[in-house]
Write a protein that binds this ligand. Structure first.
Ligand SMILES: C[S@@+](CC[C@H](N)C(=O)[O-])C[C@H]1O[C@@H](n2cnc3c(N)ncnc32)[C@H](O)[C@@H]1O
Length: 212
C-alpha cells in the first residue's frame, strides 16, 4: 500500500475519541469491555483504509469489531471513516499481529479476518505471511473453541500456501473458492485492494478455516 505521509496523524487519531484504542492494556482482561455490549468480538488484521470494517459494522450491529493495522498513516484513514459512521461496534488499534497473543486473553476472539494480506513472495519471507504456521499458533491462542479465520486474497501462491498451512495444522476448511464472485457467497464486503484487483479481472480467492 502506497502511503503518503499523513499530517498530524497522532492528533487526528486522538480526535477519533474512543473509536481508537491507544493502550493495548485495555484489551487484556476482556476486549468486550471496550464496547457497549458483550457481543462476540471479531478481529480484522491489516485493516488498511477501513472499507471492510465499516461495511461489516453496518451489516452486523450484533457483533463487536476490532481492526488492527500496523501503519499509523493508514489507520488514520480507517479511523476517520469509522468515526463518520453512526456505529458504536468498532474499535481500531495500531498493532502488529505478531504480538496478539500477548495482548488478547485466550478464547476472547470469535473470528479473524485476513483480507488481501501482503503476499511476501520470496521464500525466505514466508514466515511473515499472516497465514504462516507461526501466526496460526498465535490465532489459536486467542480464538474461541469454534473460532475461525476468514481469508480473501488475489494471490494464487499465497492462497495455495495458506490452504496447506491450515490443513497441516489441523484446521477444518470450508467454503473454499478460487473465484469468489462466481461462488454465490454473499454478502461480500469489498475491500480497497479487492476493488482494485477485481477491476483488473483478477479472481478473488476465499477460504474459511475453523479451529477443530
Ligand atoms: C495489502 S494491504 C490490504 C489492506 C486491506 N485489508 C484491503 O484488503 O484493502 C495489507 C495491510 O496489512 C497491514 N499489515 C501487514 N502486516 C501486518 C501485521 N503483521 N500486523 C498488522 N497489520 C499488518 C499493512 O500495513 C497493510 O495496510
Amino acid at each position: 500500500m502506497r502511503n503518503r505521509h499523513k499530517k498530524h496523524a497522532k492528533e487526528r487519531l486522538d480526535a477519533c475519541g474512543e473509536t481508537v484504542v491507544h493502550s493495548t492494556a485495555l484489551f487484556k482482561d476482556n476486549p468486550s469491555a471496550l464496547f457497549c455490549s458483550n457481543a462476540p468480538v471479531h478481529l480484522e488484521i491489516g485493516c488498511g483504509k477501513g472499507d471492510f470494517i465499516c461495511g461489516m459494522a453496518n451489516l452486523y450491529p450484533e457483533i463487536n469489531f476490532i481492526a488492527i493495522e500496523r501503519v499509523n498513516d493508514v489507520l488514520v484513514t480507517a479511523a476517520e471513516k469509522v468515526k463518520g459512521l453512526s456505529v458504536d461496534n468498532v474499535r481500531l488499534c495500531r498493532l502488529d499481529a505478531a504480538v496478539l497473543a500477548d495482548i488478547f486473553p485466550k478464547g476472547s476472539i470469535e473470528r479473524i479476518y485476513l483480507n488481501f494480506s501482503d503476499p511476501w513472495l520470496k521464500k525466505r519471507h514466508y514466515k511473515r505471511r499472516l497465514s504462516h504456521n507461526g501466526f496460526l499458533q498465535i490465532y489459536k491462542s486467542i480464538l474461541t473453541e469454534n473460532g475461525s479465520v476468514f481469508m480473501k486474497t488475489d494471490n494464487n501462491n499465497l492462497f495455495e500456501f495458506s490452504l496447506l498451512e491450515f490443513q497441516n495444522d489441523g484446521w477444518r476448511l470450508e467454503n473454499v473458492t478460487y473465484d469468489l464472485y462466481k461462488s454465490g457467497f454473499e454478502p461480500n464486503i469489498v475491500t480497497e485492494y479487492e476493488k482494485r484487483f477485481s477491476s483488473q479481472g483478477i479472481k478473488i480467492k476465499r477460504l474459511e478455516a475453523y479451529v477443530k
